[in-house]
Design a protein around this ligand. Structure first.
Ligand code: ADP
Ligand code: MG
Length: 342
């Protein structure tokens, strides 16, 4: 059993990511700290636009043009990547930390056979012979559940179904046996039955290889099957974090509660029952106080002026809500901006 005091395989500390520069820059990720431990899955959950993808890309040194780490640190296996040259990043990516992206179609080059693309890291990074790389790629295709790998090695991406393409993408990410795997909405582009298969595959590979894994999703239902720990983000900040079982049993942040209400009944496979009214704020216009207060059923006057810090509650989980104890106890002050601040 891996424990939390073992040094993390990868971590970000007080990470701020900004677009633009200087005073005109807008922070879109505003002080996120996450530690990924060997053998464990951490889920990063929140609505679209909350900064999940940028946070995962920062782990890989792959922020899009215009975005930068404004402050804080990114560590991979203890090394502070702040000083990394592009060459050092290339050496780490794929071999120590790898990523599965949301859209399998864009992760594969339509011009090359799937097998060639899976074999490529063996040839280019390990210097394997063509025959050896092919052998390893076929074995890896089998591992990720691609049937008839010998034959499918020669197929092009368009000849694969969406699910098979995502299996190929998972194979490419795992080829060089990284210690850390980041999966950014790995099943969002797939239909529901295939989603479950890909999640099973990720769970199985994660356990088999003892990977430290970050699983990003806007859907709490998706991460429930894999993760031991969950961090909920809103407007670039973590609002609740803790053992998945603890948080799911009773969320302490009204936003987490809202996300959970939006999860369809798993067994019935129904469409979304209810989503949280309103929208997350634009990064340039985050409300004062608690960023969530305009959408929060429990908000009081205090929430409009005083930003709640992420603090540890009695049960060990952390939440950034002035009323977390009341939310947990089911006695939260009722009514937007009203109720008692005592
Ligand atoms: P998520 O993955 O949670 O949906 P992202 O990390 O992709 O969110 O983006 C967080 C915020 O950063 C977005 O709401 C958007 O405002 C901003 N952002 C993301 N990518 C860009 C970009 N290329 N240029 C400008 N702003 C961006
Ligand atoms: Mg995203």
């Amino acid at each position: 059993m891996t424990t939390a005091h073992e040094s993390p395989a990868a971590e970000v500390r007080d990470l701020h990511i900004a677009f633009g520069s200087g005073r005109d820059g807008t922070d879109v990720v505003r002080g996120v700290s996450l530690a990924l431990h060997r053998g464990r899955v951490l889920a990063l959950v929140g609505e679209s636009g909350s900064g999940k993808s940028l946070t995962s890309l920062a782990f890989m040194g792959l922020l899009p043009a215009g975005a930068r780490v404004a402050s804080g640190s990114v560590r991979v296996e203890g090394a502070d990547t702040g000083e990394f040259t592009p060459r050092q990043w290339r050496a780490v990516r794929g071999t120590r930390i790898a990523m599965v992206f949301q859209d399998p179609a864009s992760a594969l080059n339509p011009a090359f056979t799937v097998g060639w693309q899976i074999a490529e890291p063996f040839r280019r990074r390990l210097g394997d012979s063509r025959a050896r790389a092919r052998e390893k790629a076929v074995a890896l295709m089998e591992t990720v559940g691609i049937p008839e790998p010998e034959r499918r090695y020669h197929a092009h991406p368009h000849e694969f179904s969406g699910g098979m393409r995502q299996r190929a993408v998972v194979a490419m990410a795992l080829a060089l046996e990284p210690a850390v795997l980041l999966a950014d909405e790995p099943t969002t582009a797939l239909d529901v039955t295939v989603q479950a298969q890909i999640l099973r595959l990720l769970a199985e590979r994660q356990r088999a290889a003892g990977l430290a894994m970050l699983l990003v999703s806007h859907d709490l239902g998706v991460v429930a099957r894999l993760a031991q720990e969950v961090a909920v983000v809103y407007a670039g900040r973590i609002v609740e974090q803790g053992d998945l079982d603890t948080v799911y049993a009773a969320p302490a942040h009204p936003y987490t509660r809202g996300l959970m209400d939006a999860v369809p009944e798993a067994a019935a496979g129904e469409p979304r029952l209810r989503s949280i009214a309103g929208h997350p704020p634009d990064p340039g216009r985050v409300p004062d106080g608690c960023a969530f207060h305009p959408r929060c059923a429990f908000a009081t006057a205090r929430c409009t002026t005083e930003r709640p810090l992420l603090r540890t509650l009695a049960d060990g989980r952390r939440a950034a809500c002035h009323h977390a104890e009341s939310v947990l106890a089911g006695t939260a002050p009722g009514g937007p901006y009203g109720g008692s601040d005592l």
